[in-house]
Each structure stands twice: as structure tokens, then as C-alpha cells.
Design a protein. Structure first.
Length: 699
């Protein structure tokens, strides 16, 4: 038994050595490099010492999705009421693949942005196209300016001259984030006004007023090539003396660039920070929060394992032997092997009850160690950057245990930062979930920890002084957490129901909409070996939760769509979710799968059975406090036979929806369709010039 544990621990340690970078210890101040040589020395000493494996990494983050929130139009020729992108923070716009202004729809379709005059719907038509001849990620709309984001390889630019010399360029192009600003005051003739590029991959962006803030990331080689900015052909080379950093160790440093671009004036500013690889970001009206995940080092893990789990249960003689091993010049991997062999031999030297007692104490100690170490093995590091117009100023850095799910797991409120994380692994049964409150300097001042052991966070939403967290493994616990006292957050109540919610959206102060998957407990019929701890996902489920009684939340209503295999972009992309409370309207794209029951005859249908794809389009639902019901369905493919998947999405797979007055518009790569918002009758449609390349039949 002991030998088996030892081998497992050694294997775990070996994995940690290869895949898990060190948990950093941060200095208290932000520094600047004094020279390029100092930067190189820093990267060499801080990366190579952690067994860094060289190689180029591109942080290509999938673009986020959007939905609607109504506002008034500015022109009498436009709709009086129209939806906009579904955003997280009021006043902070998010980029998307579809935008509208109450008269025109701007839609990304392949490598083009198509401008459609959509109001009035009866006369809908394409009036212009912007062809970048390269993939387009997302767009912003700011009055008469259209901002387009792309990324890809371009020739390196030196001294304001694009490098065409293969020798001088080292034979490489450079991966860049590309920003194009078009003047669309004449929608029929868009004019490129400015183009801006930055070295590295596009991470994300936000727009506040006339300013667009763009985050990009460039891998920092041990022999670093510093980022380069280019504005309308004029280049600006970042110097080592311009790079900000904290003095800590990492195995994957990146140059994180934050750009402030005035969309109305020729105004540009940027800052470069040496950080870990930025992943999820959260942006308030005053701050950008960049996050990245760190893991404990192999050597730190081994030291803790030996000293906290093994040494305490040994006798004095064996403790001295372990001490000698740890003081030797062997590498950490070898030391752990020798310690485990010592434990194995000691166990085998015992007999009867004495051996059984030692083996049990060792097993219990190992399990307790693994459970307790979870909050140290993985950390989310947070960089806070203040923004005000073109000003970009570093504010603070902090860290919390665990990893973050997405942007909705973070929030800023009353100058505090709140974040929900998961530690441990579901498959190991030691996962736990937590919520931390940090002050303006990103120091932890309050927390709710160790929620739902064995589960992980599937969705989170902060709403003022309250937070909602959904965890899942077999059932869906919706936790209601009170944050009115930042230093003393507490769970008010929770609800357990089958399934889970991938996305939570406020309905009003006491009600929340959840969209996710239904689930069936199939443990008795399960042949996968997961047994009682496993449930099979089914169709898409929309729930309306009533939180009026915070100690006893209830699922007030639910609406199920399709069978196992049914999917919706709204499950992972909040911008595909269109909701308007006053209109009692909820619209989501659906790829519908249904089980052919005739295949099973009189036999019961197993919960593992997948449905066949039978339809794709948008479900238009009625939603109010009385319940959820179907208003109608809209498809762009009346001759649907089987799912077809394209690079960038299926041609007629609905990806977004929006409304202008009493007309509902649904948008796919190949079509925009207008339907009456009340009875869902079709008014008109327009085909989009989507290139039907790179597709394969679905199953």
C-alpha cells in the first residue's frame, strides 16, 4: 500500500515539474528596467532556473459574444427603441461580431464587415462592405466610427521601414494585434481613417466613451524582441527602459501591452508590463484587471509533502534519515524517491497492528496534505491598471487561491474587487470553491471558502451587495452570498436542482435567469466507472430563479429545449443572449438535437443516448414572473438536413439577435432575417456574401 502511494506521489511530482510553474512571491513595488541587458538577465535568471521549455506561444483568445439592452435612438430616421450588446458593466462597452445603431446593422461575416440598412425592415438591404482580406475578430461602434479588430502575421518593422530582408528579419514575420478605425459618416462609403498595430496576440478590449482600451500579449523570449507599435505607418519601438515589472519568478513571461485609443481624435497611448500570460480580464469604468494563473513549483511541492505529510508520522531515527536526504546535493526528484523508499522500507519492517496503524496514519496524512495543499498549488494573480481617458497607470497587484472561470467571476464594487475561484480537481474529489473580497490595493479583506467539495464553479454573477455562484458535478447548487459587509461575506442560502447554469443574468433585484444544461442522474446505469458521482447532461435548460427568500431560493420556472446534444452559443458566449424585461423577451440561438425514439422500440431510452441534429436557428421566448414559454422559432435554413460546421461558424447558424422597435432581427454568417417581434412572422431577409470555405459535414 505504501509503495503504491509513493509511486503515485512521485508521478504527481514529475508532472508538476513539467507542467506547473512556480507560485510567485511578489515584491512590494513596481519596477522599471534600466537597460536591455538588465531585461535579458532578468528573463534568463527567472525563467531558466524554473526548467523553462523554450518555444513560441500565441495567446489567441476566442472573441466574446453579445446581447441586448435597450436605449433611445439619436435620429428620427432610426428606431425609437433598439437593443445593444449585452455587457457586464454599465458604461463599459464590449466588442462583438454584430453591432447596430437603430438603423444599420454591422455584421462580421468571414473576412468582411457588412453594413446593412435594416430600418425600416421592409426595405432592408446591404449598402456597403469592408473587406480586410483577413480574419476579423470583433468590432466596436462609436457614433460615426467603426473599430475593427484583427490579428495575424505581418513583416517586422524597423526604423519606420517594413522589413523585407529575410536575413535582417531573421526569416520571420511578427504576430500582431491589428486595429482599424473607419469613418462611416457616409455608410455607403466607409473610409479607413487610422490603422494601429501592436506586437503580439489580441487578448480583449473595452470601450469607455470615446476611448478603446486594447490588451495584447507577446511572449518574452529569453533573448527578447520588444514590442513595436505602428500608427498609420509610423513605428514606435518599445525600449527596455519602458517596460514595467515585478521582481518574481515565472516560467512564461509575456509583454502585456495596454493601449488607449481615442476613436474621435488622433490620440494614442500605451504601457508595457512584464507579466505572466494574461487570460481573463475584467474592466470597470476606472480600472482594468488582468489575471493569470500560477502553480506551485516542483521543489516547493516536494518540500511541503515531505515536511508536512511524512516527517510528522516518523520516529526520531527515520526523521534524522530524512533530514540527511534533504541536506544532500541530489535533485528534488531523487530526494523524493529516496524518502519514499525509506518510508516503504520502514513500513515493511513493522508487523501486525503496528504496521496497520502506521500505514493508516500515512494514508490519512497524505489525504489531508493533498486536501490542504490545494489552496497553495494554484493561484490567480491579479494586476490592476487604472485608466482615465488616455492615461494608463499601474495601481496594484494581488493574488488569491484557485483559478477563475471567466469575466463574470470578477467584479468591482465600492472600491473593492470581488473574485470567485475553484481550487483542486473535480476528478480527484478535492475541489473546493471560494469567493474573496480584496481592497483597492488588492489585499484580501474577506472571504467565503470551501464551498461544494468535489464540484467546480460553472457560473457566477455579482449584483451589487450580492453574489450568485453555481457549482456542479451531479446537481446544481445555486449559492446566494451576502457581500454587504466586505470583510464578512456569508452564504445566505442555496438551492440544489438537477443540471447546472453556464450563464446567470439578472432579471430584477430578486430574480435571476440561468441558462445551462439539464442533467439526469444515471449512476446506476453508468458503465464509465464514474458511478454515483456522475450525471449525464441533457438538453438546454433556461431557469428563472426566485431569490426573494434569500435563505430558500427556488427555481420559479424552467423551459427545456431538445435532447442530449442540443447546444447554444449562449451557453459560453453571453453576447448571444438577448433579453428585455419590459418586452418579456428572451432570444437565444439553438442547435437542436432530438432522439429518434423509433430506434428504441418498446425499450426505455438510456440517458446516454444522443439526439440527431434536426434544426438550427433561434428560439424566441416569453419570460416574466409567471413563467417561460415559446413565442416562436426562426431558422435561416428552411432546407436543413444536417449540421454543417464552417470555419467561423455555420453559414446559416444564427449567432446573434437584436431588435429595433417591433422588429426582431436574427443574424448568421449568410443571412439577416427580420421578423415581427410579436407574432414572429417573417418581414424580409437579406443574403450576406459569406465565403463557404473550410466546412465539413456534422455528425
Amino acid at each position: 500500500m505504501v509503495l503504491g502511494i509513493g509511486i503515485i506521489i512521485i508521478l504527481i511530482a514529475a508532472v508538476l515539474l513539467q507542467e506547473k510553474p512556480i507560485t510567485p512571491t511578489f515584491s512590494s513595488s513596481l519596477n522599471k528596467f534600466n537597460s536591455s541587458q538588465e531585461l535579458k538577465s532578468f528573463l534568463k535568471s527567472h525563467q531558466e532556473s524554473q526548467n523553462y521549455i523554450s518555444g513560441e506561444r500565441l495567446m489567441q483568445i476566442m472573441p466574446a459574444a453579445t446581447t441586448g439592452a435597450s436605449k433611445s435612438a439619436e435620429s428620427s430616421e432610426s428606431a425609437e427603441d433598439y437593443s445593444t450588446t449585452n455587457i457586464q458593466v454599465q458604461g463599459v462597452d464590449e466588442p462583438d461580431i454584430v453591432k447596430n445603431d437603430g438603423k444599420y446593422i454591422y455584421s462580421v461575416s468571414g473576412d468582411k464587415v457588412i453594413i446593412v440598412e435594416a430600418y425600416p425592415a421592409s426595405a432592408m438591404k446591404i449598402i456597403s462592405e469592408i473587406d480586410l482580406n483577413k480574419s476579423i475578430d470583433q468590432i466596436f461602434l462609436n457614433k460615426d466610427k467603426l473599430i475593427i479588430f484583427s490579428q495575424g502575421y505581418e513583416r517586422i518593422v524597423y526604423d519606420n521601414v517594413r522589413c523585407l530582408d529575410e536575413v535582417k528579419c531573421g526569416g520571420y514575420s511578427e504576430y500582431k494585434t491589428l486595429v482599424y478605425i473607419y469613418d462611416i459618416s457616409d455608410r455607403e462609403k466607409p473610409v479607413l481613417e487610422r490603422n494601429i498595430s501592436a506586437s503580439g496576440s489580441y487578448v480583449d478590449s473595452r470601450m469607455i466613451g470615446d476611448y478603446v482600451y486594447v490588451v495584447s500579449s507577446k511572449y518574452a523570449e529569453p533573448e527578447p524582441v520588444l514590442p513595436v507599435y505602428e500608427v498609420n505607418g509610423a513605428t514606435s519601438n518599445v525600449k527596455a527602459e519602458d517596460v514595467y515589472y515585478f521582481d518574481y519568478e515565472d516560467t512564461s513571461f509575456v509583454f502585456t501591452s495596454v493601449m488607449a485609443i481615442n476613436t474621435d481624435k488622433d490620440e494614442f497611448n500605451s504601457r508595457v508590463y512584464l507579466t505572466g500570460g494574461t487570460s481573463e480580464i475584467y474592466v470597470s469604468n476606472e480600472n482594468i484587471y488582468l489575471t493569470f494563473t500560477k502553480r506551485i513549483s516542483y521543489s516547493s511541492y516536494n518540500d511541503k509533502l515531505i515536511n508536512e505529510a511524512i516527517v510528522p508520522i516518523l520516529q526520531a531515527e527515520q526523521k534524522k534519515q530524512v533530514e540527511d536526504i534533504l541536506n544532500s546535493n541530489e535533485d528534488n526528484y531523487k530526494k523524493l524517491q529516496e524518502v519514499m523508499n525509506l518510508v516503504y522500507n520502514y513500513s515493511n519492517s513493522l508487523i501486525g497492528d503496528e504496521k496497520a496503524d502506521f500505514d493508516k496514519r500515512l494514508d490519512d496524512s497524505m489525504k489531508e496534505f493533498e486536501f490542504n495543499i490545494n489552496k497553495e498549488t494554484e493561484k490567480t494573480v491579479i494586476n490592476k491598471i487604472g485608466i482615465d481617458g488616455k492615461e494608463i497607470n499601474y495601481a496594484a497587484q494581488g493574488q488569491v487561491p484557485g483559478h477563475v472561470l471567466n469575466q463574470f467571476s470578477m467584479d468591482e464594487y465600492d472600491n473593492n474587487f470581488r473574485i470567485a475561484t475553484t481550487t483542486g480537481e473535480v476528478w480527484e474529489g478535492n475541489s473546493l470553491n471560494h469567493l474573496f473580497v480584496l481592497d483597492k490595493d488588492l489585499r484580501i479583506i474577506g472571504s467565503v471558502e470551501d464551498l461544494a467539495q468535489g464540484e467546480k464553479i460553472y457560473s457566477a454573477r455579482f449584483q451589487g451587495a450580492r453574489a450568485y455562484i453555481v457549482t456542479f458535478k451531479k446537481v446544481d447548487p445555486l449559492f446566494v452570498i451576502d457581500l454587504s459587509e466586505a470583510a464578512n461575506p456569508k452564504v445566505l442560502g442555496y438551492l440544489k436542482i438537477p443540471g447546472y447554469s453556464d450563464y446567470l443574468h439578472p432579471y430584477d433585484e430578486n430574480h435571476v435567469i440561468g441558462i445551462g444544461k439539464e442533467a439526469v442522474d444515471a449512476s446506476e446505469e453508468d458503465t464509465s466507472g464514474r458511478g454515483l458521482d456522475f450525471a449525464w447532461y441533457q438538453g438546454v435548460k433556461i431557469s428563472l430563479f426566485d431569490i426573494t427568500d434569500v435563505e430558500h431560493p427556488v427555481e420559479k420556472a424552467k423551459f427545456n429545449i431538445g435532447d442530449r446534444g442540443t447546444d447554444s452559443p449562449a451557453l459560453y458566449d453571453h453576447k448571444a443572449f438577448l433579453f428585455d424585461k419590459e418586452k418579456g423577451l428572451l432570444v437565444i440561438p439553438i442547435n437542436l438535437a432530438e432522439i429518434n425514439k423509433s430506434r428504441y422500440g418498446n425499450e426505455s431510452i438510456p440517458p446516454t443516448a444522443y439526439g440527431d441534429f434536426v434544426w438550427e436557428g433561434a428560439y424566441v421566448l416569453n419570460i416574466d414572473l409567471q413563467g417561460i414559454s415559446l413565442r416562436g422559432k426562426i431558422t435561416h435554413d428552411e432546407n436543413f438536413t444536417t449540421m454543417r460546421y464552417y470555419y467561423g461558424g455555420g453559414k446559416y447558424s444564427v449567432k446573434r439577435s437584436l431588435y429595433m422597435d417591433d422588429v426582431l432581427y436574427t443574424i448568421s454568417n449568410g443571412k439577416i432575417k427580420a421578423n415581427n417581434l410579436e407574432n414572429i412572422e417573417e418581414i424580409s431577409s437579406v443574403e450576406l456574401p459569406f465565403k463557404e470555405n473550410y466546412y465539413y459535414p456534422g455528425y
